[in-house]
Design a binder for this molecule. Structure first.
Ligand code: ATP
Ligand code: MG
Length: 214
């Protein structure tokens, strides 16, 4: 049995076509089903439907053989025991620093001021500002980051941006670019060794599908 860990929402939307190109079709639509384990047209392949941030945990411990997770989630989680063979180029967006237009970010950086940063991505934010020698106080949030600068909880946020509509709707502007984000195929290292004959062809099909749909 090959177990693939996935999350609902945008990852599922963009993964379903890749699975199809790899010859795998879910027996039920995870968006509609309440089941957390979903079979496929292949008797030897099943899907686990998880919270996006839990996908690396299941794969790392071998409860899933492989999974699909955002680079943001992978960096925050760490990549111990995880092999990352294919960048699927799905769920693409950018990690950005955003602020209220009244906050002069460039000037604060130039002056060496301490900046208050609210984010769900502590590790990414810490590494980014440390590398630039910017002093920050990090404030951990779990969502709705755009609110933080509006009520002066923080000077800036570090968050994912795709269309920019959420920033715009809340009167924020992007002031710095942290990194490009996309979702990657991750594989448990022991699974890859023990189930290579089954897993390798799947990796190859995913790599081809990713190129075909990019
Ligand atoms: P939740 O939204 O339920 O709190 P989450 O944010 O972890 O959970 P999703 O919103 O489904 O889960 O995001 C899953 C992945 O999709 C993220 O880890 C990221 O890599 C990517 N992603 C997030 N936001 C965007 C976006 N606006 N555009 C494109 N990809 C995104
Ligand atoms: Mg989200």
């Amino acid at each position: 049995m090959i177990t693939i860990a996935l999350s609902k929402g945008r990852i599922w939307e963009e993964t379903a076509p890749l699975l199809q190109l790899a010859g795998i079709e879910a027996a039920e639509n995870p968006e509609k089903s309440r089941r957390l384990i979903i079979g496929t047209n292949r008797p030897d392949v099943r899907l686990l439907i998880l919270r996006a941030t839990d996908v690396p945990t299941y794969v790392q411990h071998g409860a899933a053989d492989m999974g699909i997770a955002g680079r943001d989630v992978l960096i925050e989680h760490g990549s111990e025991n995880l092999y990352q063979p294919v960048d699927l180029q799905i769920a693409r967006c950018r990690m950005m620093v955003a602020a209220h237009p009244a906050f002069d970010y460039q000037n604060a950086v130039r002056q060496g001021a301490r900046i208050r940063v609210a984010t769900k991505y502590l590790r990414i934010a810490r590494d980014f500002f440390t590398e630039r020698g910017v002093h920050v106080d990090l404030i951990k949030l779990y969502g709705s980051m755009e609110l933080a600068p509006l009520v002066k909880l923080a000077d800036v946020i570090v968050d994912l941006v795709s269309s920019g509509n959420t920033l715009k709707a809340n009167g924020l502007v992007a002031v710095d670019d942290v990194m490009e984000i996309s979702s990657l195929l991750i594989v448990n290292q022991a699974s890859l060794k023990l189930k290579r004959e089954k897993i390798q062809p799947m990796l190859d099909s995913f790599a081809q599908a990713a190129v075909a749909t990019a």
